[in-house]
Write a protein that binds this ligand. Structure first.
Ligand SMILES: Cc1ncc(COP(=O)(O)O)c(C=O)c1O
Length: 366
């Protein structure tokens, strides 16, 4: 049996009729950018997260860099971010000329709240929390630090749609929550898309201005903005996906529970979920000390896996100018060398998952 790490087509076929009907409705409407579908999606997504406002954007990266732009964070400012994130989190900071200050992760792959305070300087303006792999970060101490030092709090929720800490949804703890609707995400579109959520009306209206060339009124441009509009087709299709989000999240949770209870190979370590937090299992990430041998074995058995992520941002060529090297963030680097994401997708059959479980349980290093 051949199993890939993700199957985005399954998520489409699950609600095929609804997606196709919505696509035709939008195509036939004659209105394709910033219209009824985007407005409805924004209202529905804000209501889903519990935030006051949602603004649809063209991608998760745009949500991040525009968040810092709207907050007035730029050249000379420092933003604290976890070191083991997808590079887009860091680009959201540096596109504005601000400096990323990296913090090592905890054993749940999220920012280690105990290591933040030592990184705060007089230049620190914000903390960017990334709810990596779908699990909520340890928000209580992070919110307290932001209050103590008067820092802005931005959340990267590209992987955490619907994940909660103490019952409150990720994206609603700070000033701005940033989301991606890239097709593989838990709320995935059929192309690129993103959004921010906020409780602050001013931030929401500024974001609407920035996403549309910096104009509130056509051809009157107040600031140098971007073209970062969620289009009507994506918004319509995202409304369909969002209407099924509980079912989709429950399915991922069932898959994760089955991995948790059925995988028992001492060569691998299973992911843990923090008390007070939950996970929407964007990825199911194990660690394995001799990872390449395991990958080779799984490839041979046609079980696909992905490494999220093999090169941490501080070691990426793109950030060579920051001056870090091997050994700068050992915990992060160790994760980069040992993490492995198992197949996890909506529409995964019991038979497929059994095959992955049996294959992994039968593994022993030669
Ligand atoms: C943690 C994280 N942040 C930001 C992004 C960027 O989102 P997008 O691909 O929509 O630009 C992604 C997704 O790729 C991500 O996983």
């Amino acid at each position: 049996m051949k199993i890939t790490q993700n199957r985005m087509d399954r998520g489409f076929f699950k609600y095929q009729e609804e997606f196709e009907a919505k696509a035709l409705e939008v195509l036939r409407s004659g209105w394709y950018v910033l219209g009824r579908e985007v407005e409805s999606f924004e209202q529905e997504f804000a209501a889903y997260t519990g935030a006051g406002y949602c603004v649809g954007l063209a991608s998760g990266l745009d949500a991040l860099w525009l968040a810092f732009r709207v907050l007035g964070i730029g050249s000379g400012d420092e933003v604290i971010v976890q070191a083991n994130t997808y590079i887009a989190s860091v680009m959201g900071i540096t596109i504005n000329g601000a400096v990323p200050v990296f913090v090592e992760p905890d054993r749940y792959f999220n920012m280690d709240a105990d290591r933040i305070e030592e990184k705060i300087t007089e230049r620190t303006r914000a903390i960017l929390v990334v709810h990596l792999y779908g699990q909520a970060s340890n928000m209580q101490p992070i919110v307290r630090l932001c209050e103590k030092y008067d820092l802005r709090l931005v959340e990267d929720c590209a992987q955490s749609h619907g994940a909660c800490f103490d019952g409150k949804m990720t994206g609603t703890f700070g000033d701005i929550g940033c989301f991606s609707f890239y097709p593989s995400k838990n709320v995935g579109g059929f192309g690129d898309g993103g959004a921010i959520v906020t409780d602050n009306a001013r931030i929401a209206s500024d974001m609407k201005m920035y996403r549309n060339y910096g104009s509130e009124k056509r051809y009157y441009n107040k600031v140098v903005g971007a073209n970062s509009r969620l289009d009507e087709l994506q918004a319509g299709l995202l409304r369909v996906r969002l209407s099924h989000i509980q079912e989709l999240t429950d399915e991922r949770r069932r898959l994760a529970e089955r991995y948790n209870s059925s995988l028992h190979n001492p060569a691998i370590t299973l992911p843990e979920v923090r008390t007070h937090a939950d996970s929407v299992w964007h990825q199911y990430v194990i660690t394995c000390e001799h990872r390449q041998a395991l990958i080779d074995y799984l490839n041979e058995k046609e079980v696909g896996t992905i490494i999220h992520y093999p090169i941490p941002p501080h070691l990426s060529e793109a950030y060579a100018s920051l001056g870090y090297g091997q050994g700068s963030f050992p915990i992060t680097e160790h994760y980069a060398d040992t993490v492995l994401s198992l197949p996890m997708y909506n529409g995964m059959t019991e038979e497929e998952q059994s095959y992955v479980i049996d294959t992994l349980n039968s593994y022993s290093r030669a």
